[in-house]
Design a binder for this molecule. Structure first.
Ligand code: ADP
Ligand code: MG
Length: 730
């Protein structure tokens, strides 16, 4: 029991302990849960943020895609541009000539100077590529090359003309640069140079790696180097670590390139590695020969750099070769003194150099057969001579008169290589040609200048014309506006004209009508005048009768003088006087009223004025009265008149009236042609007194005949009055 109790206690304590640990674990779990909850909320927040970022991401993605397409476009354009540049560069190089020959003359060395050797090389025209060799006191042989380097030109100048070849190599073209010349003229100096004064080899490779570095973003390059020599028509690998008895031969690969199976190709990635390889080759060359310089001059030292390039943008791959060759000395050995190995060496050198000359000559003349296989040298260079490949030849010469024959031989070889023969005779021709070309060039330049000036003038003229045209355009616009205005006015006036034409036609119609009316009225007037004449005749007839009666009465009166009362006589005279007058007036006015009453009612007052001048009835009446009274004037002897005051008074008044006086009690104002009165009364008839007077004078002929006492003065006064009246009536 005690044991069991102890066990139980242990168990209880263990359980308590476990319980505690469980509680602790639960607490930790709770904390963890809380932390996890927090993390979860954080994560969910992040998830939300991420979800929110998705559209932005989409935008960015689309932007990136557009950038990618742009980049693709640019890539394509860049590739196109690269291809164009390559093509153009190649064209430029081709234009310069695929085979280019430069001539370099070394300075006189110490021995030559001390020996007193003179310079036979004339550099006076070296800048034009012309080189003269003084062959005698007055003779000079001329040569022409792409470039002449004088003894003063350094390695940098020499390399400058070969440097474009580096780009050609990297663009995939094969290039061959070699130095040719007599031993001791500076072939090795030009190609290898010294450590302080590096030559073409080093500088070319340096430029090659510089350009590789420049193009590394778009191109990957794989460059390897082989260093070999050809001695006695045998290829010797100068980079081979172990000497093998296996003969190295040139083979044509399946793709058409030539290579030497088994030769060491050292992969180089920097100029330092290249330098190491070159040093290794140089060292190997020296091995096995007692005199390095002598050996080197009897073998061709060849460095082949193979460049494999890949365009990273379009995947285009190229493989090109750059050959840097330091040829064996071209000097001819004196046959008599040469025997054994030296003779063999000389023969091989001569054969290989002749083969090189033949190949280049065949290429220059575009011969169908190029004899590459005539020597190891040409066989090795086959890829890099002819076709698209570029060849640079440095022909090295000595300035010494001592080496003149070798110099001439080298220059002749170089000239053959260049494919252009330039003798002294030919030179003149060339010079004349050149002169012609120069003169034509000058002319062309002058023409160009003149044309430029003419073009400038034309441009100026064109500009001034443009300005004028602008001004004229403006003027034209203004004129157009004016024309528009005028057209508008014209239209208005045309409309007005039309209206006026209409009105004119209406008026002309009215005028016609009125003319017709006038003509009818005139006819009527003539008719009435005729009637009037008839009646006047009648009146005259009656008047003569009444005059006779008056005479009889006067006669009776004379007889009865003093018997009759004067008052009675006066009355009777009045009766007699008024009787015929009344008769006439009755006749006149009855006729007038009958004929005109109807017309007057139809005609306007203004028209009445017109025809009233042709019918001077009132005046006629008035004149008739005048006549009547004047008729009595001659009767001076009449006792009736002399004794009768009233008659005298009447005559006096009448005379006063005829003289323009105002005393006119006899004539009623209604019938006198008084313009002022007529003006005031537009409807009143106007009388032409002259016509009336004429008629009355005509009708009054009988009075004149019978009495013969018409006062001429009176008649003139009447006429004057007539004129005044006319003026007034107008
Ligand atoms: P090659 O290789 O043609 O036999 P080298 O390159 O060995 O001739 O030159 C012979 C000597 O003439 C060398 O000592 C070289 O330094 C010197 N020499 C050649 N060319 C020049 C030059 N342009 N300027 C100065 N020294 C030269
Ligand atoms: Mg040499």
């Amino acid at each position: 029991m005690g044991l069991q109790e102890i066990k139980l206690k242990d168990a209880i304590s263990m359980r308590d302990h476990e319980k505690k640990s469980f509680v602790k674990a639960i607490n930790e779990l709770g904390k963890n849960i809380e932390i996890m909850k927090l993390e979860q909320t954080k994560l969910s927040r992040d998830a939300h943020e991420c979800a929110n970022l998705i559209p932005d991401m989409d935008k960015m993605l689309s932007a990136i895609q557009t950038q990618v397409t742009k980049f693709e476009d640019l890539k394509q354009k860049y590739n196109e541009e690269v291809a164009k540049r390559k093509k153009l560069y190649n064209q430029v190089e081709e234009a310069k000539g695929n085979i280019r020959v430069f001539c370099r003359c070394r300075p006189l060395d110490k021995h030559e100077v001390s020996a007193g050797h003179t310079m036979v090389v004339d550099f006076s025209a070296s800048k034009d590529g012309d080189l003269g060799i003084v062959t005698g006191s007055s003779t000079k042989k001329l040569y022409r090359f792409d470039r002449i380097y004088t003894p003063n030109d350094g390695q940098v100048d020499v390399f400058a003309d070969a440097s474009p070849m580096v780009i050609s190599v990297l663009d995939g073209y094969n290039v061959c640069i070699f130095a040719y010349g007599q031993t001791g003229t500076g072939k090795t100096f030009t190609m290898e140079g010294t450590e302080k004064n590096r030559g073409v080899n080093y500088r070319t490779l340096e430029a090659l790696f510089d350009t590789v570095e420049e193009r590394k973003d778009t191109f990957s390059f794989n460059i390897s180097i082989c260093v070999l020599e050809v001695y006695n028509e045998q290829i010797r690998d100068l980079l081979a670590t172990s000497r093998t008895t296996k003969k190295l031969e040139v083979r044509q690969a399946s793709e058409g390139a030539h290579h030497v199976p088994g030769i060491v190709e050292a992969k180089v990635e920097s100029i330092r590695e290249v330098w190491n390889a070159l040093q290794a080759g140089s060292n190997a060359r020296a091995v096995g020969s007692n005199n390095v310089n002598e050996h080197s001059s009897r073998s061709h030292c060849m460095i082949c750099i193979t460049v494999k390039s890949k365009n990273l943008l379009n995947g285009e791959c190229t493989k090109s070769k750059l050959w840097l060759v330091d040829l064996a000395g071209s000097e001819k050995l004196a046959k008599t003194n040469v025997q054994g190995d030296r003779l063999k060496e000389a023969q091989n050198i001569n054969r290989s150099l002749s083969a090189l000359g033949d190949v280049i000559s065949a290429l220059a003349s575009k011969s169908t057969h190029i004899p590459y296989r005539n020597s190891k040298l040409t066989h090795l260079l086959q890829d890099s001579l002819g076709g698209d490949s570029k060849t640079v030849m440095y022909v090295q010469i000595s300035p010494s008169e001592h080496d003149m024959s070798e110099t001439l031989s080298s220059l002749n070889f170089a000239t053959r290589v260049r494919g252009v023969e330039l003798g002294p005779a030919k030179k003149q021709i060339d010079y004349s040609e050149l002169q012609k070309l120069k003169s034509s060039l000058d002319k062309a330049k002058q023409d160009l200048r003149l044309k430029d000036e003419a073009i400038k003038k034309l441009e100026e003229n064109y500009q001034s014309l443009e300005i004028k045209i602008k001004c004229k355009d403006q003027m034209h616009k203004n004129q157009q506006d004016q024309v528009d205005d005028v057209t508008g006015q014209l239209e208005l006036k045309t409309q007005l004209c039309k209206q006026l034409e209409k009105q004119t036609s209406q008026l002309s119609d009215e005028v016609k009508e009125k003319q017709d009316m006038c003509s009818t009225l005139q006819k009527r007037v003539i008719e009435l005048e005729n009637k009037l004449k008839e009646r006047t005749q009648m009146f005259e007839h009656k008047l003569s009768i009444s005059e006779e009666k008056i005479k009889k009465l006067e006669y009776i009166l004379e007889r009865q003088d003093g018997q009759v009362d004067s008052q009675m006589l006066n009355q009777k005279i009045k009766e007699f006087e008024e009787k015929p007058l009344q008769q006439v007036e009755q006749l006149d006015f009855s006729a007038q009223t009958q004929s005109f009453s109807s017309e007057r009612s139809q005609i306007a007052p203004s028209e009445r004025k017109t025809w009233s001048t042709q019918t001077p009835v009132g005046v006629m009446t008035h004149n008739r009265r005048i006549l009547k009274s004047s008729n009595r004037l001659p009767s001076h002897g009449s006792a009736l008149v002399r004794g009768t005051e009233s008659l005298r008074e009447l005559r006096r008044k009448h005379d006063a009236h005829n003289r323009g006086g105002v005393e006119n009690t006899f004539i009623p104002p209604s019938v006198i042609s008084d313009p002022s009165v007529d003006e005031k009364r537009p409807g009143a008839r106007r009388v032409d007194p002259s016509k009336a007077f004429a008629r009355l004078t005509r009708s009054g002929k009988s009075f004149a005949v019978t009495r013969n006492k018409i006062n001429i003065e009176q008649a003139q006064r009447v006429k004057e009055r007539d004129v005044n009246t006319r003026v007034w009536s107008r």
